[in-house]
Write a protein that binds this ligand. Structure first.
Ligand SMILES: [Zn+2]
Length: 85
């Protein structure tokens, strides 16, 4: 069983991208991920302070959906364009 291709796909996000369009998708994905983590911290913080978490959970859900869409857009581009790096 070889897991190298899967690994390179995961770690490929941090590598220098040579396809400009793919680089933009990768950047958008990185932003979506960091936004999702930020919303998660806010949500956890509100929960710990025993504040109303409704708004925070909505923002987190939206951030998760955006991250999901960004992952799809990124992989979709690679699939259609066939670019390797
Ligand atoms: Zn490409």
């Amino acid at each position: 069983m070889r897991n190298a291709p899967e690994e390179s796909r995961v770690y490929g996000l941090s590598r220098k991208e040579s396809c400009a369009r793919r680089a933009r998708f990768a950047e958008a994905l990185a932003q979506a991920v960091s936004n999702m983590f930020a919303r998660d911290r806010e949500y956890q913080g509100a929960k710990e302070r025993k504040e109303n978490t409704f708004e925070f959970s909505l923002a987190l859900e939206n951030a998760r959906a955006a991250e999901h869409a960004a992952v799809h857009a990124y992989h979709d581009h690679i699939k259609k364009h066939g670019c390797r790096s």
